[in-house]
Design a protein around this ligand. Structure first.
Ligand SMILES: C[S@@+](CC[C@H](N)C(=O)[O-])C[C@H]1O[C@@H](n2cnc3c(N)ncnc32)[C@H](O)[C@@H]1O
Length: 335
């Protein structure tokens, strides 16, 4: 059995939307691993996403033990034969099963877990094939974009939301900056203590939460119009006890944006909102310097390229390392 097939199987445990069936079907029975016989047996039978649901309580306990035995807890004792990607999935699957068994992991545990991954140089090396792991991290942090979208699709949108780009039909992986890109960008900023970073249109808060954990002496603010996303971000911020992070629920187009050293845009606004946000930033630029980092997606990148008071100063091209996204950093002329 290849490592990839094993990962696919683990993934069905981590993410209900993932279907390992096609991979499993290709694996000859004699090649099944002896490590997780229970899991393999069941995985052949169940429907997409139903693997974990189909297990009884005692089977879940058994599985949890089996998974944990693959990754000895003590520091330095981890088996080198397990690849980082697999390790990541084993940990996430274990967390998810434990939660289903009512053994809720504490925020302290979650915090440690995330910090270990975000700080690991090998985490940054994981690309493309493991894009799915973002959904696993969201799950650990309690950021359930799908739940928000589901709730809103079934209700009438409040008037305040109607003019905005809310992306209610996008998967979290298209709507949010991937965690590895966030960590990479954070590293590239070489942030000094006291620096202020604002994520405009912060959604469920991936950026302020991730960078807030990594850089406790830097101030991060997320501005989000949608109350449902804002509340999810705020709940996780409180759980993680991040004093250097704040979330504000408001329309970014309205006057009163916070002053910052960096503003980040991941395609959050259209039309009037985009113009009004930049009108405010232009006013700030007359008395202080700052940078604006923009994901290289048509809007607002094209719009910003045309503003003569902002100059491009740094470029991370949309290659594999940046997961096809890439970021351009603009600076106010005075900076
Ligand atoms: C593409 S998401 C980006 C999320 C986050 N910045 C990231 O990169 O992971 C854009 C977010 O902007 C929010 N948004 C749209 N219009 C807004 C407005 N006028 N004020 C504040 N947030 C807004 C949307 O609800 C959505 O959550």
């Amino acid at each position: 059995m290849s490592a990839n097939s094993f990962n696919q199987l683990l993934l069905t445990l981590c993410s209900p939307s993932w279907d390992a069936g096609p991979w499993l079907a290709k694996i000859p029975r004699k090649k099944w691993p002896d490590t997780l016989p229970l899991l393999w047996k069941l995985a052949q039978k169940v429907e997409k996403g139903a693997l974990l649901k189909s297990l009884t309580r005692s089977q879940k306990n058994q599985l949890l033990q089996q998974l944990r035995s693959l990754t000895p807890r003590k520091k330095g004792k981890r088996s080198d034969s397990i690849k980082l990607e697999t390790l990541f999935l084993i940990e996430t699957a274990s967390l998810r099963i434990a939660e289903q068994l009512g053994k809720k992991s504490s925020w302290i545990e979650k915090r440690k877990w995330c910090l270990r991954w975000f700080n690991s140089p090998s985490f940054l090396k994981l690309t493309e094939g493991v894009l799915f792991s973002d959904e696993c991290i969201d799950r650990v942090l309690g950021l359930f974009e799908r739940k928000v979208q589901h709730r809103l699709k079934n209700s009438t949108l409040p008037q305040t939301y109607q003019e905005e780009a809310l992306y209610l039909d996008l998967d979290p992986e298209d709507l949010y900056t991937p965690y590895r890109v966030i960590c990479r960008w954070g590293k590239s900023l070489k942030l000094k203590p006291g620096t202020k970073v604002v994520d405009l249109g912060s959604g469920v808060g991936r950026i302020p939460l991730t960078l807030g954990l990594l850089y406790p002496k830097v101030q991060f603010t997320g501005i989000e119009i949608m109350r449902e996303r804002h509340e999810m971000a705020e709940k996780t911020r409180c759980g993680l006890k991040l004093r250097n992070v704040s979330f504000v629920c408001r329309n970014a187009a309205k006057r009163g944006l916070p002053i910052a050293d960096y503003y980040y845009f991941f395609n959050p606004f259209v039309g009037d909102t985009l113009r009004q946000v930049f009108r405010q930033l232009k006013q700030f630029s007359s008395h202080r310097s700052f940078k604006v980092a923009v994901a290289q997606i048509e809007l607002p990148w094209k719009f910003i390229q045309r503003l003569n008071w902002l100059k491009p100063v740094q470029e991370f091209s949309a290659d594999k390392a940046w997961e096809g996204i890439g970021i351009t950093v603009f600076s106010t002329s005075a900076a």
